[in-house]
Design a protein around this ligand. Structure first.
Ligand code: PLP
Length: 495
């Protein structure tokens, strides 16, 4: 199969128009980027990959390994493996490579003096911040802040970003309840036994099929797969239904609207009937439920959530860990909603490399230091990289370019999904940049599509039970899309 693909090369699908490479940002960044996937070994993973992975397995759980990568020789949109195969990567380290492998601008940032000291003298940021931390934040993470957000709390991962947001929500709600009073003796003693009233009995509400991380608090709000949660103690927190939209959207407008109304009604019923007033501290919701299967909802649904949270004085956390930083065709996916008031907190990680949550209400900062705290409280080396990412994205208009290439890719996929409708369906992500997904007939077909794509030199990821999601870089262009479409056409034909 690989040899056949190699002999055949990857040609341009005849249905698609030719493109001009001169304006390509990818070509500026990566003049030596491969022009198509390259194969060296008969299989992927190849022999070197398998041998190295076996060795790694002696000390590290490597059972999820696709192949062992060669990051020195990966470039732009192509990931190299240790056997020398070069794959067009539309999975990108689980949606977290913003500007392509070995991007020269990020290499320059990595070689700066700011970076050197950030790495070797890593500060405990809340106690001994560096003289330039404010500047690094202002020129990067804060310059990219969603509309209405002026402050940030930096964290270590997507899960940590969400958990610190939950803590901010609990402390905010209890501060409101307590008013000007100090902590009581009972609170101070009961909390040391993990009991109310000192330990909060408030809850965070999340949505069916949502994914918010795998640490203890975030895992309690994760509802995508049982296997992620089994055997781990969980908070008894509520979940509300997330709309299950039918596709194509234009054919099911009424049904989908009715579904969203039903979900909003159930959401408000849970708040009003199942919980006492002010006992739900916050809700958390993804703009697209990514790990859970790339489930979308319309602006109407999200505006409805916002209205209901405001009505019941519940905080709204938007989890942009996977959707943030340009892939949706807006820098932040929730900008698609045009909310009448911004959410209370927006968490980020992945493509920004740095993690944390944005907010604007100063009361989301607890009333005393050390309550929202850990040793590092973020990582300035990652904030420096985030700054370089933001500056490159702005300089090259990469969000707008991603919106354009996404439209092109979506149109090509629409043709393929129509042609192979017995195997693939429910294409989603129209007008949503490259944040595109579709369903396969069943899990078996889905897994075959992933494997057959890799055999043809495209590294691609699944999500949910039967879905495939595209998560390329922001330097993914029409020339890459053409290769992807050609490979997918070949794959859909054979699975
Ligand atoms: C929406 C969302 N939230 C949170 C997380 C957790 O992030 P991390 O794996 O960095 O803890 C993920 C990871 O996939 C995610 O997709």
């Amino acid at each position: 199969m690989l040899k056949a693909a190699l002999r055949r090369g990857v040609s341009k699908p005849s249905c698609l128009s030719s493109i001009r490479f001169s304006s390509s940002v990818a070509a500026q960044y990566f003049p030596n980027e491969p022009i198509k996937p390259q194969f060296v070994s008969e299989t992927i993973p190849g022999p070197k990959s398998q041998a190295l992975n076996n060795e790694l397995g002696e000390v590290f759980d490597n059972r999820a390994t696709y192949f062992v990568a060669d990051y020195v020789n990966s470039l732009g949109n192509y990931i190299s493996d240790v056997d020398g195969n070069k794959l067009l990567d539309v999975y990108c380290q689980i949606a977290s490579i913003p500007l392509g492998y070995n991007n020269p601008a990020l290499i320059e940032a990595a070689k700066s003096d700011d970076m050197l000291y950030a790495i070797i003298d890593r500060p405990a940021l809340a106690c001994f911040p560096s003289s330039n931390y404010k500047q690094i934040l202002q020129e990067g993470i804060l310059a990219a802040a969603p509309p209405g957000m002026t402050k940030v709390w930096t964290a270590l991962s997507g899960s940590d970003a969400n958990e610190t947001a939950y803590k901010a929500a609990f402390m905010y709600q209890h501060a409101h309840k307590r008013g000007s009073l100090d902590f009581t003796h009972e609170e101070l003693t009961s909390v040391m036994n993990n009991k109310a009233p000192g330990a909060s009995d408030m809850v965070i509400l999340s949505f069916d099929k949502g994914f918010h991380g795998r640490l203890f608090g975030s895992l309690s709000t994760t509802r995508s797969k049982a296997i992620h949660k089994l055997d781990i103690p969980a908070f008894p927190w509520p979940k509300a239904p997330f709309p299950a939209l039918k596709y194509p959207l234009e054919e099911f407008k009424q049904e989908n609207h009715a579904e969203e109304v039903k979900c909003l009604e159930e959401f408000e019923r849970i708040i009003v009937e199942d919980y006492k007033p002010h006992s739900i501290a916050a809700i958390i919701v993804e703009p697209v439920q990514s790990e859970g299967g790339d489930n979308h909802a319309t602006s109407f649904f999200f505006q409805g959530l916002r209205d209901i949270t405001l009505k019941h004085e519940i905080l709204m956390i938007v989890d942009e860990v996977q959707t943030g930083v340009g892939a949706s065709g807006k820098f932040w996916a929730h900008e698609h909603w045009n909310l009448t008031t911004p959410p209370d907190m927006v968490s980020f990680s992945k493509k920004f490399q740095a993690a944390g949550f944005y907010f604007s209400n100063p009361e989301l900062q607890p009333n005393q230091p050390y309550r929202q705290f850990n040793t590092w409280c973020g990582d300035p080396s990652k904030a420096i990289i985030a700054r370089a990412i933001y500056q490159e994205v702005s300089k090259h208009g990469l969000v707008e370019k991603t919106a354009q290439v996404g439209d092109y890719l979506y149109d090509g996929l629409k043709q393929l999904v129509n042609k192979y409708s017995s195997k693939v369906s429910n294409l989603r992500g129209e007008n949503y940049g490259t944040f595109i997904a579709w369903d396969c007939y069943d899990a078996d077909v889905r897994n075959k599509v992933l494997l057959e794509s890799r055999k043809r030199g495209v590294n691609i990821g699944g999500c949910g039970d039967v879905s495939i999601r595209l998560r390329p870089t922001l330097t993914f262009e029409r020339k890459h899309a053409e290769i992807l479409l050609q490979v997918l056409e070949d794959v859909f034909r054979v699975v």
